[in-house]
Design a protein around this ligand. Structure first.
Ligand SMILES: Cc1cc2nc3c(=O)[nH]c(=O)nc-3n(C[C@H](O)[C@H](O)[C@H](O)COP(=O)(O)OP(=O)(O)OC[C@H]3O[C@@H](n4cnc5c(N)ncnc54)[C@H](O)[C@@H]3O)c2cc1C
Length: 427
């Protein structure tokens, strides 16, 4: 259902933000039998539009991020069932993932020069120490699997557990399933802030006026989460944009299949990846820059050059592909690279603020983490939080635990917490 003029004025759950995280949460909340409204004036156009869709807990391991690794592994374990649920129960993993492009094809990590080989070998040692499967291949073995790889690569490692999905198709699939669901409403408007009543969050206020009441409000609008008015006083959501350029290319018929595996390379110390899709396209990504472009979606010429140059060094046939698209978006980064996910405490009572869940800051991993974010929110809605994920509480960076605004907010009634919200937008 898509209602812009006069939505019903109460839902069990309202989700602010229709990226992959918001869609996944809305989907899971509907599966629990709750009525759901998803509020976004431009759904699917944020970071989720750019993402490559690698489901890569092993390749994405970084030193001293063990807790995040546990979350990524949990997500990876949920993916087959999540994809099957979206496919209507069939196991689509060997074909097109039931319309989502979910594929259990493996990943190859390759290095360009001797220093890259040493760096990947060190990373493999760390991955193995965490119990992750990463097997060295000779260059000949790697080229037997992927004949178009350059004979000049310095090393190769097989990573069978890192898979992929097509984020745009995933968004479209969840969106189309929800659209025919009478318990779901897509509201194509922008949330201005939270609505408070009786010391708890009672829904949202819209930009331009109006409100929507809900039993639970889930803040899932990515980088813009900290801009919402009426966030609990004292709550700091230290989100920062980490821009990424990414390319989509078509493989000419004579070169298909270009690759059977996702290739993640290190070229003179700089990462690059090539993700082959079943439709004969590939995704090459991604830069990571923290500059301040004139527009959030401005593509860096230097970034495009670097991606094509490095991908071509690993896979010379890249030069023969047709460039379809260059896109840039900002990842919602946090100081510890982990999401801000869960309820927030009220300093006065020490209890969690009722009616409010935060789900943002998914940085480089939002596609992978979509099913686990949805599952964690479902458990919170059910009043059964999983203690394993308490370390991702959104108030972990707040100097003092949040308090509710001093008095109730309504459409016409702003509070001091409202006025200070803008100051928190930059971490
Ligand atoms: C180049 C690139 C490559 C990536 N590759 C991968 C990858 O391979 N694997 C992986 O796991 N992750 C990847 N990521 C990360 C992933 O894309 C993000 O972590 C994920 O998309 C975040 O999803 P989200 O729903 O939180 O945010 P977004 O997709 O940014 O969605 C936020 C939504 O909120 C809406 N919104 C904002 N403000 C409001 C408001 N006030 N009211 C209503 N709606 C609002 C916006 O319109 C938007 O639709 C990549 C990211 C980039 C940029």
């Amino acid at each position: 259902m898509d209602i812009s003029a006069a939505p019903p004025d109460y839902y069990d759950v309202v989700v602010i933000g229709g990226g992959l995280i918001g869609h996944g949460i809305a989907w899971e909340a509907r599966r629990s039998g709750r009525t759901v409204a998803l509020v976004d004036d431009a759904p699917g156009t944020g970071a989720s539009w750019a993402a490559a869709g690698m489901l890569a807990p092993v390749s994405e391991l970084h030193y001293q991020e063990e807790e995040l690794l546990a979350l990524m592994l949990e997500a990876s374990g949920l993916w087959p069932e999540f994809a099957a649920g979206l496919a209507g129960g069939s196991d689509g993993s060997k074909t097109d993932g039931g319309g989502t492009g979910y594929l259990t094809t493996p990943t190859l990590a390759v290095g360009a020069d001797a220093a890259d080989r040493r760096a990947l070998a060190d990373l493999r040692a760390a991955q193995q120490a965490c119990g992750l499967a990463v097997e060295p291949l000779t260059v000949r073995e790697a080229r037997n699997r992927e004949p178009l790889l350059s004979p000049g690569i310095s090393c190769a490692f097989d990573i069978p557990a890192d898979h992929q999905v097509d984020p745009r198709r995933l968004l479209a699939r969840i969106g189309s399933l929800l659209a025919t669901d009478s318990g779901f409403t897509a509201v194509p408007r922008r949330a201005a802030g939270l609505l408070w009543q009786g010391g708890r969050v009672a829904g949202i206020r819209f930009e331009g006026g109006g409100e929507l009441r809900a039993g639970e409000t889930i803040v899932a609008n990515g980088l813009a989460a900290a801009e919402l008015q009426g966030l609990p006083g004292g709550l700091s959501l230290p989100l920062r944009p980490v821009y990424g350029d990414i390319l989509r290319l078509r493989v000419p018929a004579r070169l298909r299949p270009l690759l059977g595996s996702t290739v993640r390379g290190l070229v003179r110390g700089v990462p690059v990846y090539i993700v082959p899709r079943e439709d004969g396209t590939v995704v090459i990504g991604a830069t990571q820059r923290e500059d301040a472009p004139s527009e959030a979606s401005a593509v860096s010429a230097g970034g495009v050059y670097q991606l094509l140059r490095d991908a071509q060094q690993l896979l010379p046939a890249v030069a023969e592909l047709e460039l379809l698209e260059a896109t840039a978006r900002a990842r919602p980064g946090t100081p510890d690279n982990a999401p801000l996910l869960g309820r927030v405490a009220n300093a006065g009572s020490g209890q969690d603020v009722e009616g409010l869940i935060i789900a943002t800051g998914f940085f480089r991993h939002g596609v992978l983490l979509t099913p686990v974010a949805a599952a964690i929110c479902r458990a919170l809605l059910d009043g059964q939080p999983d203690p394993r994920w308490a370390g991702f509480r959104p108030d972990r960076f707040s100097s003092r635990r949040p308090v509710s605004p001093a008095h109730d907010l309504s459409v016409r009634d702003a509070s001091p917490a409202d006025a200070s919200a803008k100051d928190r937008t930059t971490a």
